[in-house]
Ligand binder design. Structure first.
Ligand code: C2E
Ligand code: CA
Ligand code: CA
Length: 581
């Protein structure tokens, strides 16, 4: 507008000046006004010329890089900022055309210039392209550096979808990926791996060491999952806590499932090094697959597989619809178990331990029984539930109390005997455990030497130093200690010499093997030998048959426990065994 006014003034002044130059020689009194008009003319001319020049300079002097691209994608103008930027990013020889992202060029060529201001990465920087189209279909691109805000946004986005410790994707990523793959009509397979008992290692070794372990574990898991099927993108995530997952966009063959199982067991079925200490970790693997229509049920199904594997002590479990009932049943039992003590549904049964040379009753093992809704629930089912839901300490405390009560009664009746009670890992590492044992002993006034505690060897191996300290604390009370299920865990004869153990209980699986061949016989013989050399008693568990008795006698085994002599019995029936043996 100003330009038009200046132009009009200029034209008018020029005509006036020309007229005056013709008219002036005749009328000299017009001299002053003519001079003023000429001066104005000069001022207008210079202002106009200057403005026109500035308008022409606008993109050129713009501090933002400006590129003008023709509809065919050719660059026809780049201002000095754009040229400088191209040189800075791509070297002296670079052209400003290098700044144009190919996606944008394609849009320009196709005639659909984005109406929003798209952000493109150029080298390591991010630029927002402010776009405008001229009447002649040229595209003006103004580049705004948004690296800082874009990096902030990307970081937030990354955090929303990744686990900060392992850098694997997280639960949100998995759920999004499931949705995306289902939309693309893929069959889906989800594998979940739950690592248990890491909390204990974390409390001993501290969080940084545990997190370092998790990072290495995450790398190994991702490597295993991505090696199962070539050229397929597997999404490995840290689902939550100590649970990892892998999502396959396809159905797995039996061979592929087997490969996963094999490789995971090879990875996790050996001691895990955390802060240079070896830990045996418990782990379970659950797998589920689904067609895209049922994709939303996939995580729950994989969890059902995982939970039922755990409940049945099955390392690897594939989803099956029947498992749903099992899980529901477990949930009901779990609910009922928390009321079992108050409802008086728990009892202890006692199984005899016999010295085979003289057929003498040396003691008992107390075994817990749960009478629920008129049915006996096996401890093989309810003990793991109690362990998992933090009920085992209460149940275990009750078992120790009840064992001492029975012991006191039998001793009072003149039966010189001992009773062994089972102790689970969570009880053993409870800082109050020794106090609980001491209280029960003094409550019923039983000689501590008549009480034995059975602990499993894998428990002792988890943290040797702590185990040694706790065992010494218990031994100081005067009770004796037995290693249960000996030979099934991480059997290292070396640790036996360090631990204050009184008795080894050879697991039933070896006794069963006695009839199968010389191998198990050799193992049993070795166990008996080690026990004897270390001054420990050795007892064979689960003896059922004559031939086992004669083999054990031949191997010079002194003590046995099993259905051959007696099943676990309620206390009023067990007491009758004192008359028999
Ligand atoms: P365990 O400590 O190894 O107990 C021995 C198991 O073998 C018992 O099973 C017993 O009934 C069974 N058994 C004994 N002799 C024979 C035999 O000749 N043949 C066969 N086939 N089995 C025999 P039960 O009572 O079902 O207990 C299973 C497990 O539950 C126990 O294994 C123990 O780990 C756990 N448990 C039982 N009571 C308690 C308890 O009070 N506290 C804790 N923490 N765990 C317990
Ligand atoms: Ca036992
Ligand atoms: Ca046992």
């Amino acid at each position: 507008m100003t330009h038009r006014l200046a132009l009009a003034a200029f034209v008018f002044s020029s005509i006036f000046a020309a007229f005056m130059l013709w008219y002036l020689p005749m009328h000299s009194y017009w001299l002053v006004p003519t001079a003023i008009v000429l001066l104005l003319l000069l001022i207008f001319a210079s202002v106009w010329a200057n403005n026109t020049n500035k308008v022409a300079q606008l993109p050129r002097q713009n501090p933002l890089p400006v590129l003008v691209v023709k509809a065919d994608g050719n660059l026809i103008f780049a201002n000095p900022s754009a040229n400088m930027l191209a040189c800075r990013l791509f070297g002296e020889e670079a052209s400003a055309a290098d700044l144009l992202p190919s996606a944008l060029l394609t849009s320009i060529r196709n005639g659909n210039i984005p109406t929003t201001s798209p952000i493109f990465q150029i080298d390591q920087y991010w630029y927002r392209f402010l776009l405008a189209q001229s009447d002649t279909k040229e595209c003006f691109c103004y580049l705004e550096d948004v690296t800082e805000s874009e990096e902030r946004r990307l970081k937030l986005e990354y955090m929303a979808y990744h686990d900060p410790v392992t850098n694997l994707g997280n639960r949100a990523m998995l759920l999004e990926k499931i949705e995306q793959l289902a939309d693309e009509d893929h069959y889906l397979t989800l594998v979940l791996v739950a690592i248990e008992s890491l909390d204990e290692a974390a409390s001993v070794q501290g969080l940084p060491a545990t997190e370092h372990y998790l990072t290495i574990l995450a790398e190994n898991l991702a490597r295993i999952f991505s090696s199962v099927i070539k050229n397929i993108e597997v999404t490995t995530v840290r689902f939550n806590g100590y649970e990892f997952g892998a999502l396959f966009p396809c159905e797995l063959s039996d061979a592929q499932k087997h490969l996963i199982e094999e490789q995971l067991i090879a990875l996790l079925g050996r001691p895990q090094s955390i802060a240079n200490r070896d830990y045996w970790l418990n782990y379970y693997i659950g797998m589920a697959g689904t067609n895209p229509k049922n994709a939303e049920h996939l995580p729950r199904r994989a969890h059902v597989a995982l939970y039922s594997g755990r409940a049945n002590d099955q390392r690897f479990q594939c989803y099956d619809v029947h498992l749903e009932q099992l899980i529901a049943e477990r949930a009901r039992l779990e609910q009922a178990l928390s009321q079992a003590i108050t409802n008086n549904e728990l009892a202890l049964h006692y199984q005899a331990q016999i010295s085979i040379n003289d057929n003498h009753l040396v003691g008992f093992e107390s075994l817990m029984r749960w009478q629920h809704e008129g049915k006996m629930v096996s401890p093989g089912i309810f003990i793991p539930i109690a362990e998992r839901h933090g009920l085992i300490r209460e149940l275990g405390e009750w078992a120790i109390d009840e064992t001492c009560r029975t012991l006191a009664k039998w001793l009072q009746e003149g039966h010189q005997t001992m009773i062994a009670v089972n102790v689970s890992a969570q009880q053993f590492i409870d800082p109050n455990f020794a106090r609980i044992v001491r209280q029960a002993i003094s409550k019923y006034q039983v000689p501590p030497s008549c009480l034995q505690l059975e602990i499993t060897e894998s428990l002792l191996m988890e943290d040797e130093q702590q185990s040694l300290r706790l065992m010494r604390e218990l031994k100081a009370l005067g009770v004796s200690l037995a290693i249960d299920d000996f030979g099934t865990g991480y059997s290292s004869f070396a640790y036996l010499s360090r631990f204050p153990v009184d008795k080894l209980k050879i697991d039933r699986s070896f006794i069963l093997g006695l009839s199968k061949g010389p191998k198990d016989e050799a193992i049993v013989a070795a166990m008996l030998d080690v026990g004897e050399k270390l001054g420990m008693q050795v007892i064979a568990e689960g003896v059922e048959h004559d031939h086992e008795i004669s083999k054990l006698k031949r191997l010079n085994c002194q003590l046995v426990q099993g259905f051959y002599f007696s099943k676990p019995l309620p206390s009023e029936q067990a007491i009758k065994l004192f008359d028999e043996y």
